[in-house]
Design a protein around this ligand. Structure first.
Ligand code: SF4
Length: 694
């Protein structure tokens, strides 16, 4: 402040980091951001924030930002700055050339959960209306796609059931596969407040996360399961609930399909699904698991919160459905203080999914094979929509390696760093004839790009983000885009160069189109958001002011659906060469691959990724705190410093993935969720050995 001077204006907007969706007052002096002040009226944060939202915005004017479009003939040639017009014309002619040579399906695009709803909506519209196929996907593919599949199958809609305030009515909080203190810090504070008031805590996680034991909080049960066995633990809990007569049968009879419940109850009751029978698989003490199941079923309002430790597994979708089964079986759904709540990672991953960024779904989660939904879009857009689902990200990369997929538009994603099996991603990108990267920085993926379109930060545009509680919140332009165009204008430029005739002059017009085409958004507009501050979808005629808690009267799909989820071990096995299991997570001060936090100088952001290892495993290998170690899997190897700690159990190691030098995804494998292809980031068989360093 001393350098820039005191602010002379302020704008209320929404944080662009995590799915909590804190709102801030951006205090400005002219075009300079002076500080971000947590907004006391923010429904998601109520005046609180974490260190990232408050201080990590220096990347917005970092010297490495690219402000002019660039093209190059091949990836070994130098970049050449060009005008926006030349960049759009060149990109469009490359797309059309490639489609003429290799077919309409040879091109596709990836939208970003970092961008606004309006921008994401436009990218999927560009692919469907401009490229003429459904080859559009989003980074939710690698994080919460199993949430979409699992909750839609069981409840009928792909979203969390509660608002954040609901946690203050919970008597039991069950956290599985999530580390809210680091990943969702502002919501974690609210959870902790409720725990300090006396709510009981159950944590299911291979690692002793901060919330298991923090000031004035001690989890009633920490089930430190073997990585990859979530379904077995949840099945064993269901076994206890059903065989001990703790199920809420009256609720199930009224709200769910009874025949499906009976079939599921018969399955979980089998003796092979008891905590004792499954102990060799889960490594969880059966007596403690039984107590945890009893507490969840009988402790009053019980709410489940989960994260990527649930979804990023070969049984990710099964785990989400196993969680939904537990909530329905105990009647913990459809009122305050209960429910099933995915803690969304990216600021707008919920919104990106809502906006039709999947190859099989139009906005509002309507399948592309649904003729009446397609007809709505076809009449609005004046084009035919392909009724066949398109390619997912891994399918695009496979097809590229096979030679049938040749051009990709990537908005706001660094797939080379964030997607699994880096060697395969780079092989796919290298095999393409045209890679268009639309981003703030020349990221790792841009090493394979032929066209670079500079992106804009959340400070430089209007729009909306949707947080983990389905809350649509305004993002407001604080400063003029440094590159001259907001991201939605870049996509519009590309669309018009391809021959479409888009004339949006403000993102509010895009939201009006979303509302016309999406039944759960018909009551959403910029005017209403300005008046109300935020709206939780569904917001329509049935719920004009939005919906904080879902499934109160009945499930969106009608009757709740129980799905039998048998535990199937992952194909990623430990053995003599790779005897340990690696799992991954995040730290509070960094964000994912660190593209923004690592480019912010105003706080100590630069803590390196380390490998946590249990004292027994460290001693076996002659490793001490701070030593370098070689971490190797069947896919590749990297080098990390060691942190010796009993936060992880013997046989388990853990690291974060914020720095490109860590190359965590050189280690991860190709295994993925059976239903959605979400990568199995959380289970990799590895060996750790002493090393002299990188
Ligand atoms: Fe931003 Fe999430 Fe931190 Fe809130 S908790 S300030 S949304 S990063």
């Amino acid at each position: 402040v001393a350098e820039i001077g005191t602010p002379d204006r302020s704008v209320v907007t929404t944080c662009a980091y995590c799915g909590v969706g804190c709102t801030f007052r951006a205090e400005m002096r002219g075009e300079q951001l002076v500080r971000m002040v947590p907004w006391k009226d923010g429904k998601a944060n109520r005046g609180h924030s974490c260190v990232k939202g408050r201080f990590a915005w220096g990347y917005a004017n970092h010297q490495e930002r690219i402000l002019n479009p660039m093209i190059r003939e091949s990836i070994d040639q130098p970049w050449r700055e060009v005008s926006w017009e030349e960049a759009f014309t060149h990109a469009a002619s490359e797309i059309r050339r490639i489609q003429a040579k290799y077919g309409r399906e040879s091109v596709g695009g990836i939208t970003s959960s970092r961008c606004t709803n309006e921008e994401t909506f436009l990218v999927q519209k560009l692919i469907r209306a401009g490229f003429g196929n459904n080859n559009v996907d989003t980074c939710a593919r690698v994080c919460h796609s199993p949430t979409g599949y699992g909750l839609k199958t069981t409840f009928g809609t792909s979203a969390g059931t509660q608002d954040f305030d609901s946690v203050m009515q919970a008597d039991v909080i069950l956290i599985i596969g999530a580390n809210p203190t680091d990943g969702h810090p502002v919501f974690a504070s609210r959870m902790k407040r409720r725990l300090r008031q006396g709510a009981k805590l159950i944590v299911i996680d291979p690692r002793r996360t901060d919330i298991v034991r923090s000031p004035h909080i001690e989890a009633a049960h920490h089930l430190a399961l073997r990585p990859g066995t979530n379904v077995a633990v949840l099945t064993a809990m269901a076994h206890v609930i059903v065989t001990e007569g703790l199920a809420a049968e009256e609720f199930v009879r009224e709200r769910c399909d009874w025949d499906e419940y009976s079939h599921w109850a018969e399955f979980v009751s089998q003796s092979r699904n008891s905590p004792e029978a499954l102990e060799p698989v889960t490594m969880v003490n059966p007596a403690e698991l039984r107590e945890a199941a009893r507490l969840y079923a009988t402790g009053g309002n019980a709410a489940i919160y989960y994260g990527l430790g649930v979804t990023e597994h070969s049984q990710g979708s099964s785990t989400v459905m196993a969680i939904a089964n537990l909530a329905m079986a105990t009647g913990n759904i459809g009122r305050e203080g209960v429910g099933v709540n995915p803690l969304r990672g990216q600021n707008n991953v919920q919104g990106a999914c809502d906006m039709g960024s999947f190859p099989h779904e139009l906005s509002g989660y309507r399948h592309v094979s649904d003729a009446s939904a397609r007809a709505l879009f076809e009449s609005e857009w004046g084009v035919a929509i392909d009724p066949e689902p398109g390619l997912r990200i891994p399918n695009m990369l496979d097809a590229a390696v096979e030679g049938t997929f040749k051009a990709l538009y990537v908005q706001g994603e660094d797939i080379l760093q964030s997607d699994p099996n880096t060697k395969h991603v780079s092989a796919g990108l290298a095999a393409m004839e045209c890679v268009i990267v639309h981003d703030l920085f020349l990221n790792e993926t841009a090493n394979y790009a032929h066209i670079f379109l500079p992106g804009s930060t959340f400070l430089e545009k209007d729009g909306t983000f949707t947080n983990a509680e389905r809350r649509i919140q305004p993002v407001r332009k604080v400063m003029t885009p440094m590159n001259g165009l907001a991201d939605w204008e870049v996509t519009q430029g590309l669309a018009n160069a391809l021959g479409l005739d888009w004339n949006y002059s403000h993102p509010s017009q895009i939201m009006d189109e979303i509302a016309r085409l999406t039944p759960s958004f018909t009551g959403v507009s910029f005017e209403r958001l300005d008046a109300m501050g935020s709206i939780q979808w569904p917001a329509n005629e049935a719920a004009p002011d939005g919906t904080p808690v879902m499934h109160i009267e009945g499930f969106v799909r009608g009757k709740g659906k129980f799905v039998v989820t048998d535990y199937i071990p992952t194909d990623e096995k430990t053995g003599p060469r790779f005897p340990l299991l690696l799992t991954t997570g995040r730290i509070l001060s960094q964000y994912n691959v660190g593209a923004q936090t690592r480019r912010t100088d105003n706080v100590v952001w630069h803590a390196e990724d380390v490998l946590e290892i249990h004292p027994i495993d460290a001693e076996d290998r002659g490793l001490r705190d701070g030593d370098w170690a070689r971490l190797a899997s069947r896919a590749g190897e990297t080098t990390l410093r060691i942190l010796v700690t009993d936060r992880v159990a013997p046989g388990v190691v853990y690291t974060t993935f914020h720095h490109p030098t860590t190359q965590a995804n050189v280690i991860t494998t190709d295994y993925s969720d059976w239903a959605t292809n979400c990568p199995e980031y959380k289970v990799t068989a590895v060996q750790v050995a002493a090393s002299n360093g990188p």
